[in-house]
Design a protein around this ligand. Structure first.
Ligand SMILES: Cc1ncc(C[n+]2csc(CCOP(=O)(O)OP(=O)(O)O)c2C)c(N)n1
Ligand SMILES: [Mg+2]
Length: 514
């Protein structure tokens, strides 16, 4: 077999079932090998930023890496912003990036670039294959690296002559190893902190925010009165009626500091200590009080669930009932569009088991808390602050979980970075309902400008914050990309359109004119 066939065979042998792709000439033999493989579903996206965010969300929902297929340096570079978000989400991912035949590099042909230099900042594992006989082994190593806890981005650069050359073999991939449980002194210190009676937060991340991990964290919180916290930029949280309440630290630094001001102890499980997204000339970057003791119970490369199991064994519930979110669906609002009204409508109509990909920005600040008592669901956030994630995230979540409804909440500015995702939703018939909050501006940037005391923005600044003139017509853009859509101007229409979206097979889009 040729190298490309060994690459694809090894991906399949390593349990990879999906490849989000945007290939080019240098990847043709890999395309040929994918063409013959019935084990890997290929999902084409029309921009690489869609590819990488879709692979990210797929991994958030399945804990299994997706592969990507990207064209040389420029293709990879187009995908880098959402690779940044994926690296912050700490997900597993196997990128396959084509390279010219090694014999071709000396010509410095137009598409030649330093691919390793582009990949390095976002790849915990990076290798350029040398020849066909090494491609299978390199692919297996990439999968092992991607699955190394908590999940890593592995980038394999596959030269065209390695792909078309003979002598490839499919290499078996060892089962994923469970990461190490933190040393006992780390667990003992956390237990001591929790027994002290001081106000303590358990700041959890990764797989501690859903399933077994969240239940264990909830047991500890119930038994000790600690509060479960998540960073604003969490990857995925299981929430809604019957789930364990987790408080999200707000984005706005003053609000975050206010929330955290009484905590004297913070125990981190896979999470970083909370800091402001940006520096400010006069405000603290660190969001916890100066005298707050911070202890990393489990670092990102350790076993969060193992750590929580060990800690929970010190805190039996002893008959105490776990506090869970009460079912609380708001009544469906009517009348003019308001942000609370939109939040209530979404919480009222959210289907059981929905996945919410949230980049609602300033329009959605209240949505997360309003939906706490809605039907049980998973919520995906933007982990790295690089906007343009939610639409492709919805693609990845829908491919990962075809039996669940996906709600994509996107602001109009953010949505424009990766609106090509709508085409993939249409092409693949994905059950995604997209809501676009069309406020015709980069609203958050106006707020940021004000937060620096820069006064009223002048005409040139306003031109950088306002995205009207011309107004984006999302309903038409969606139709042009194959997604049925509606523009709504009041809450009655919004409720109807949202409900219809959830009931429709395949994607729909609702443009909310604000
Ligand atoms: C890749 C990237 N480019 C630029 C920015 C800077 N930025 C942050 S928010 C924002 C605009 C957000 O506007 P929109 O999505 O419409 O949300 P709104 O603030 O209007 O609610 C921009 C340009 C960024 N975070 N990431
Ligand atoms: Mg906007």
């Amino acid at each position: 077999m040729n190298g490309a066939e060994s690459l694809v065979g090894t991906l399949a042998a390593g349990g990879i079932r999906v490849c989000f792709t945007n290939p080019g000439t240098s990847e043709m033999h890999i395309v040929g090998a994918l063409d013959k493989s019935s084990e890997i579903r290929c999902v084409l996206a029309l921009f690489e930023g869609v590819v990488t965010a879709a692979a990210d969300a797929y991994a958030r929902m399945t804990e299994i890496p997706a592969s990507t297929l990207l064209h040389l340096g420029p293709g990879l570079a187009n995908g880098v912003a959402n690779l940044h978000n994926a690296s912050r989400a700490r997900v597993p991912m196997v990128n396959i990036v084509g390279q010219h035949a090694l014999t071709h590099l000396k010509y410095d042909a137009p598409l030649t670039s330093d691919i390793e230099a582009i990949a390095r900042p976002y790849s915990k594992w990076l290798r350029t294959s040398r020849n066909a006989s090494s491609l299978g082994r390199d692919t297996a190593d990439a999968i092992v690296a991607a699955r190394t806890a908590p999940g890593q981005i592995a980038t394999l650069i596959a030269p065209a002559d390695a792909a078309w050359g003979d002598g490839g073999t499919v290499v078996s991939v060892p089962a994923a190893l469970r990461p190490p449980v933190p040393a006992s002194d780390k667990i003992e210190r956390a237990a001591k902190m929790l027994k002290s009676g001081t106000k303590t937060g358990l700041l959890i991340a990764g797989n501690a925010l859903y399933g077994k991990g969240l239940k264990l964290a909830g047991q500890i919180a119930t038994a000790t009165n600690a509060e479960l916290l998540a960073l604003y930029n969490f990857a995925r949280i299981e929430r809604g009626a019957g789930t364990l309440p987790v408080t999200r630290i707000p984005y706005v630094p003053d609000q975050a500091a206010e929330l955290l001001k009484d905590f004297r102890q913070l125990i981190l499980v896979g999470a970083d200590a909370p800091v402001a997204y940006f520096a400010h000339p006069t405000r603290n970057a660190v969001l916890t009080p100066a005298d707050c003791e911070i202890h990393a119970l489990a670092s990102p490369s350790e076993d969060y669930i193992g750590a929580l199991e060990a800690l929970a064994s010190e805190f039996p519930l002893s008959g105490k009932e776990m506090v869970t979110e009460k079912a609380e669906r708001p009544t469906l609002p009517a009348g003019p569009i308001t942000l609370p009204g939109l939040a209530n409508a979404i919480a009222a109509l959210l289907p059981d088991g929905a996945i919410v990909a949230d980049e609602s920005m300033t329009s959605g600040r209240a949505m997360f808390s309003v939906a706490r008592g809605a039907a049980p669901h998973d919520w995906l956030a933007c982990t790295g602050g690089s906007i343009g994630i939610a639409l492709p995230q919805a693609v990845g979540a829908a491919v990962a979980c075809p039996d669940r409804k996906v709600l994509c909440l996107t602001a109009d500015g953010s949505g424009m970075y990766t609106l090509q995702a709508l085409w993939t939703m249409a092409r693949e018939g994905l059950n995604v309902t997209t809501v676009v909050f069309a406020n015709r501006e980069y609203s958050v940037l106006k707020r940021e400008f004000a937060s620096f005391g820069l006064g009223a923005p002048g005409a040139r600044a306003l031109d950088m914050f306002e995205i009207g003139r011309p107004d984006l017509d999302w309903a038409h853009l969606a139709k042009g990309l194959g997604v049925p859509s509606r523009k709504v101007t009041n809450l009655d229409e919004f409720g109807k359109a949202l409900r219809a979206g959830f009931e429709t097979e395949g994607p729909t889009l609702v443009e909310v004119v604000l």
